[in-house]
Design a protein around this ligand. Structure first.
Ligand code: F6P
Length: 500
């Protein structure tokens, strides 16, 4: 069997061909091999540099890194996160995992559903607004879901506030009336400074707004229910989730409460049905596995062609928050520099994820993508069905732009005039959804989660811890409280910013 080291060497020796040549050589087999449909989503890798030889090499790497074994550990509730000695059971929230964990997840979903029924039945008075307070994984997922799926049919006006900058809360306060507002405090650990400070200010706002029992308006979404209770939330209004669900993988748990409340339970249940992607990821092998295939493209760009970043553009206004969501998912998961064995990784881990919305981004950052000195793999996400009833020209123009960008990046256009020369041979992937629905969005997000995992397996790293964020948190606390000695440059800056 090939060792991981041999497979990495083979990848280093692999010579990518020109994209246009690859596509022209045998279009039919290329499309057959590199365009896949899973859960009604079309994943098109035809305009990447993947070829048979790269796929064979990366398949050997997957085997050498025990892809099947690590995947089995993931789905069976084994220790997928060894540095924290924990399982990683987000797929159990979608019904795919160790039976006991699936059972617990379903029971906790039922608890959330009952609370939502009570809210709808008027147990909290006439609620019109939901102020959701959380940060990172406790905010990005719910924000994406409500923004993408609740544009026309949201039953509540939802504001997701994450930043500790009071201006963020202020904006929500200006939109909502205390009398009609419910506050969700979302924090896996229930210790996050920003969230607890924002929650305290929200309580004060409710009180000053004449709400008789402000804490009675607070719902806690957390894996540490005892801390929420200690903070003052009555046990009946705590919606727990399992500690084995990582923060950035938690929108399927009670952290998804804003989506379940605003979109209705059926929509939330449909989102979980996107777990169709779990079955695909768990059962499909080698390059037939679309999440693994996507990870193969990530590896050729990050670790063979030296790309430091990857760009994601949603050609759909509903998915405008997807790049932000993916930044945390991909960079917090795989932005690591040690292997599972604790050794130096010695290669690029996660590329920097960035992106935006098409067509806007075309008029802002695409210059660099077409002619800059960086090679950046681009990912386009687009849907067949638009979200509006305006003239067809809108959707046709949007889709044509998306597809044309991929073609232009690949083909380029030669010119004697350097300023007008487009080198081409620039890769892109296109993900085409039939529709943006709870189910398809669920499947798309599950695809990204598993792609991150597949990349971590190829690299031999743990995607489920995030110690990198701890040092900064500690130092910020020490600086604010004056409990840590800082260097003179930092002290001078602090004096300039907050001194008398
Ligand atoms: O600081 C990083 C982090 O721990 C993320 O992983 C997490 O999503 C976020 O903070 C919020 O944490 P919590 O949900 O515990 O408040």
């Amino acid at each position: 069997m090939t060792t991981a080291q041999q497979a990495w060497q083979a990848l280093a020796d692999w010579q990518p061909r020109q994209l246009s040549e690859l596509v022209a050589a045998d279009p039919e087999s290329r499309l057959q091999a590199l365009v896949r449909s899973v859960a009604d989503i079309r994943f098109d890798f035809a305009k990447t540099h993947l070829d048979d030889s790269a796929i064979a090499t990366l398949s050997s790497l997957a085997e050498a890194q025990d892809f099947s074994g690590r995947r089995k550990t993931l789905f069976s509730g084994g220790i997928a996160n060894p540095t924290e000695n924990r399982a990683a059971e987000h797929s159990a929230e979608r019904g795919d995992g160790a039976p006991e964990s699936v059972h617990v997840a379903q029971a906790l979903h039922q608890r959330m559903r009952m609370l939502i029924d009570a809210i709808e039945a008027g147990a909290f008075g006439e609620i019109r607004h939901l102020l959701h307070i959380g940060i990172g994984g406790s905010a990005l997922g719910p924000d994406l879901l409500v923004d993408a799926l609740g544009r026309h049919n949201s039953r509540y006006d939802v504001a997701v506030v994450s930043n500790v900058d009071g201006a963020a809360l202020d904006e929500a306060f200006a939109r909502f009336s205390p009398e009609h507002t419910l506050v969700a405090v979302a924090s896996k650990t229930f210790t996050t400074t920003e969230t607890l400070l924002n929650a305290a200010s929200a309580l004060q706002w409710l009180e000053e707004g004449g709400v008789e029992d402000p804490i009675g308006r607070v719902i806690a979404l957390t894996a540490m229910p005892e801390r929420a209770i200690e903070w003052g939330v009555d046990e009946t209004r705590v919606l727990p989730f399992s500690e084995t669900v990582g923060g950035r993988y938690s929108l399927w748990s009670s952290i998804g409460f804003p989506a379940a409340l605003a979109l209705g339970w059926d929509a939330f249940a449909d989102l979980l049905e996107g777990g169709e992607m779990d079955r695909h990821f768990r059962l499909a092998n080698g390059a037939d596995n679309v999440c693994l295939l996507a990870a193969f493209t990530d590896q050729i760009y990050a670790n063979r062609l030296g790309c430091q970043t990857r760009a994601v553009f949603a050609y759909d206004e509903r998915l405008r928050l997807l790049p932000d969501y993916l930044q945390q998912l991909e960079m917090e998961s795989n932005g690591k520099s040690v292997t599972l064995a604790g050794e130096a990784l010695g290669r690029t881990s996660a590329p920097i994820t960035w992106g935006g919305v098409g067509t806007d981004a075309q008029h802002a950052v695409f210059q660099l993508l077409h002619q800059g000195t960086h090679l950046t793999p681009v990912e386009f996400i687009v849907a067949r069905e638009p979200d509006h009833l305006l003239d067809d020209a809108h959707h046709e123009t949007l889709v044509a732009n998306c597809i044309a960008q991929g073609a232009a990046l690949m083909a380029g256009r030669k010119s004697e005039d350097g300023a007008r020369n487009y080198p081409g041979n620039r890769p892109s992937t296109t993900i085409l959804l039939d529709q943006v629905t709870p189910r398809s969005l669920g499947a798309l997000i599950a695809f990204y989660e598993h792609r991150v995992f597949a990349n971590a397996v190829l690299l031999g790293i743990n995607p489920f811890d995030q110690f990198g964020v701890e040092l900064g948190k500690e130092m910020a606390k020490g600086l604010a409280e004056g409990t840590i000695e800082f260097d003179p440059a930092t002290r001078a800056l602090m004096d300039a910013a907050l001194g008398e």
